[in-house]
Design a protein around this ligand. Structure first.
Ligand SMILES: Cc1cc2nc3c(=O)[nH]c(=O)nc-3n(C[C@H](O)[C@H](O)[C@H](O)COP(=O)(O)OP(=O)(O)OC[C@H]3O[C@@H](n4cnc5c(N)ncnc54)[C@H](O)[C@@H]3O)c2cc1C
Length: 158
């Protein structure tokens, strides 16, 4: 029996989780660690940004889906990876910090046999002065950014 831990439930992490759950027998465990409540289909943010779709149409809650499919779900962010374990844990493990599931701020060590790190890009608006939501530009990188972009566009139309 193997335990596969996937960091991130974006396009790559969520796809990996679905395929692994489908291909592996139930004696193997698939666990997703991700700070977000929702899966979002990022390319459709473009439609949210121009008011053709709503955030609700491009996202769904991960918890109920993963429960139905038999995928473990920890709403948390990974803060460190320990591939060789430590004195207490011989196996590789990840330290996570919960962001939801009524455990906000709590830490946990999650051991694994195989780890998929699918945490995606880090948005770095701060790297350019004046760039980013709430400043001089709008973004469609997340559905909340895209919803704000649509608000700003409507103001311009007015
Ligand atoms: C508007 C828009 C349109 C696009 N259109 C296309 C397209 O048409 N075709 C195309 O190929 N690509 C498109 N892209 C690019 C595509 O969306 C990205 O390449 C893709 O989302 C990257 O997937 P990912 O899983 O690597 O990262 P993400 O989708 O960013 O997912 C990363 C996940 O990791 C989680 N995470 C972050 N930090 C941690 C942590 N410490 N611990 C645990 N989890 C963590 C995040 O919360 C997130 O769930 C588009 C992008 C945008 C913004």
């Amino acid at each position: 029996m193997a335990k596969i831990v996937i960091l991130g439930a974006g396009i790559s992490g969520h796809t990996a989780a679905q395929y692994l759950r489908r291909w592996l027998s139930k004696k193997h465990e698939v666990v997703v660690v991700t700070p977000n409540t929702y899966y979002q289909w990022v390319p459709s943010n473009i439609w949210v940004g121009v008011g053709r779709m709503t955030p609700e149409q491009i996202r769904f809650k991960l918890g109920p889906k993963y429960q139905k499919w038999g995928i473990g779900y920890k709403q948390a962010k990974a803060v460190s990876i320990h591939p060789e374990g430590n004195k207490e844990l011989e196996k590789g493990f990840v330290t996570i910090e919960y962001t939801g599931q009524d455990k906000e701020g709590q830490s946990e060590k999650v051991d694994y046999d195989f780890l998929i790190n699918a945490t995606g890009p880090k948005l770095n608006f701060a790297g350019t002065d004046g760039l980013g939501p709430g400043k001089n530009t709008v973004s469609v990188c997340t559905y909340t950014h895209a919803a704000e972009a649509w608000e700003k566009l409507r103001e311009n139309f007015k």
